[in-house]
Design a protein around this ligand. Structure first.
Ligand code: F6R
Length: 243
């Protein structure tokens, strides 16, 4: 286990961006697993700055996002595909055909999930998977309970998560889609490296459960401890109960 605790959130974001940049630099055809959410915004901002200063080239990179809301089109301002465009893809030289986000409006959602798994396999597998952690302990949208061998699938979002994510939906949890597509815990564990980032005191309790609590399908983040190469980057506030 490699847990890095930084003095400030900014340092956590900067170290995470540095690891992603390293992954891109050290692979001829890097395959990145990406996440969305508030935690990732600053990390993507740093990656964009690195690209704009000429030190980071995404031209050979492929990306797979963890999840997407069901029912939101890729251009919907609340979709994760749109989030990625706004925070990263529009500002770097990643090839559009190498961007993968599950399609939450696919007519056959099970077929979409199977195709997503196949596309990850065809890419050679994810090299580095970036992860946040939700209040329910989810990684991706693997809400409790999520077996550790689950694959990309349709999930029902927990009420806690719908409240957590309601900021983008007029602060009304009822407006947050009820279902999503997500890579499974097993899909995530297949990545060659995992990088989980959490900042702020609001994440302290769930980080403690994820790193110290019993392995449990009710806290899907505990599964990362099964991975041979995972790194967790926390600021002091997020680490405060765990330490
Ligand atoms: C989003 C995702 C989620 C978030 C988690 C934390 O693609 O996979 O697991 O990483 O909900 O979200 P924030 O960073 O908004 O606290």
């Amino acid at each position: 286990m490699n847990v890095i605790v930084t003095e400030s959130p900014e340092q956590a974001f900067s170290q995470a961006a540095g690891m992603i940049a390293c992954e891109i630099h050290s692979n001829a055809t890097p395959v990145l697993g990406l996440a969305t959410g508030r935690t990732m915004e600053s990390i993507y901002q740093i990656l964009v700055q690195k690209h704009e200063s000429g030190t980071l080239d995404f031209s050979k990179a492929t990306s797979f996002n963890l999840d997407e809301y069901i029912g939101l089109s890729p251009t919907d301002p609340n979709s994760y595909r749109h989030y990625m465009q706004e925070h990263l893809f529009a500002h770097v030289n990643i090839s559009a055909k190498e961007i993968h986000v599950p399609n939450g409006t696919a007519p056959d959602l099970d077929a979409e999930c199977a195709q997503y798994e196949a596309a990850i396999r065809a890419s050679g597998g994810i090299g580095l998977q970036l992860l946040g952690i939700g209040e329910t302990g989810h990684i991706g949208f693997n809400e409790p309970p999520s077996a550790f061998d689950t694959r990309t699938r349709v999930v029902q979002l927990d009420e806690v998560t719908r409240r957590q994510n309601s900021g983008m939906f007029g602060n009304d949890p009822a407006c947050v889609p009820e279902r999503a597509l997500t890579m499974g815990v097993g899909t995530i564990l297949d990545a060659r490296k995992l990088l989980l980032v959490a900042v702020g005191v609001g994440k302290a309790a769930i980080i403690n459960e994820a790193l110290n609590g019993p392995m449990s399908e009710n806290v899907s983040a505990t599964a990362i401890r099964l991975h041979p190469a995972y790194t967790v980057i926390l600021d002091e506030a997020a680490a405060s109960i765990w330490m």
